[in-house]
Design a protein around this ligand. Sequence first.
Ligand code: ATP
Ligand code: MG
Length: 452
Amino acid sequence: MGKNIKRFYTISQSNLNIIARSEHNVSRKDISKSAIKVLYTLKDAGYEGYLVGGCVRDLLLGLKPKDFDVATNATPEQVKALFRNSRIIGRRFQIVHVRFGREIIEVTTFRGPHDDENLHVSDEGMLLRDNAYGTLEQDAWRRDFTINALYYTVKDFSIVDYTNGMADLKSKTIRMIGEPSIRFKEDPVRMLRAIRFAAKLNFKIQHDDEVSIKKALDENIHLLDAVSSARLFDEVLKLFMSGYAEAVYELLIKEDIYRRLLPFDHNTQTDFYIAFVKQGLANTDTRIQQEKPITPAFLFAVMLWPAVELLTKKLLTQQHTLYDSINIAGQEIIEQVNVRITIPKRFRYMMRDIWTLQVRLPGRVGRKAYKSLEQKRFRAGYDFLLLRSQVSDLLNMQNTNDVNQSSQVELNELCQWWTQFQIEPEENRKQMIKALPNNKPKRKKKKTNKVK
Ligand code: ATP
Ligand code: MG
């Protein structure tokens, strides 16, 4: 018997807790109709079927679930046979996507402990494949945190709890199922998940008794380096694009994990830059609340800006022009990050446009302002400029590394100018350009250049 199996059986000698409908607040009216349909279809066909994971957790906490996941004892093929609009996906473990219009219900077959035949682990203990089916109880013990292992059934509308998840929900605790260090080694992404749930729910990361998640985080955080860069991109989006990015960022800084995700010089973590990233993320959270669109490009442009700005400044001292410096710096920093987190090309282009606009927007004489305005990414670049000035204002302090070497007042004025320029009619726009202090007739300017 493999080591892992023994572990699962010892910890799974749990006391099964069944919480009757009268003792919990999960109501059918809060559950997606499609998910209910899946549960009844499975039941009518003689299978077990449960809502599980984030949806049960969030419903119990009175939050609106992002999506609904179902666990069943039916195999993927059996599930597929029950639903017309379904397909089997995934390689590492097969799951079935059942589609109802735009909604997808993910149906997963109970997973069990690995036996020697299908246990595939790397030298570091990372699970490479685990596709053994199991029972409901085994499935519960395979999940990451106790609050994510609660099951809701339409058989009697009760909640099934093998891991003491209800108690942890009540005490607002993120507790690992099993030994944190082993579970992090199996899948290092669980470390980011711990942070994500703690931030989202405002729960504390368990750290009081002998098995401390916090301690295990410290010891295993380097394993994040082994996670594929494509998966890290997905996880980073989940961390920062779910509406609680500011809280996530604060936790990542506090637990000293942020440095692991974006490994840059410590100068990128000055008070000013931390405030800058925090404000950018807070703005993203607000946009999500207001149901405005957000793009990963802006998010990454914000998170990488400290590194880009610092490198730009360094390049400037090496005889490059400002425009070239920011371009080279942008390219370089993106390349460094890309090794760990694959940012798709379309976002990379947009990030560079946002950054170069930061050195373009101050230049407004002649046709320059019009040219910037016509740029596809003008709006994002302008929003970014606003963010830069907003942060200086908030802190009432100047960024000593500002690429344009502009004072806080200048930055504010520049923002105001652009805000106005966008809404003014043509005639007034011309006046605005004319009124710029550094607006000299073109010929004169050329002459001065020649003299130089
Ligand atoms: P969210 O609200 O972000 O959707 P969630 O808990 O539903 O949170 P999912 O990524 O949708 O998170 O995963 C669904 C469930 O699958 C989790 O609640 C957990 O039980 C299980 N799970 C997901 N990822 C892992 C993992 N890496 N290791 C163990 N269990 C996992
Ligand atoms: Mg989910």
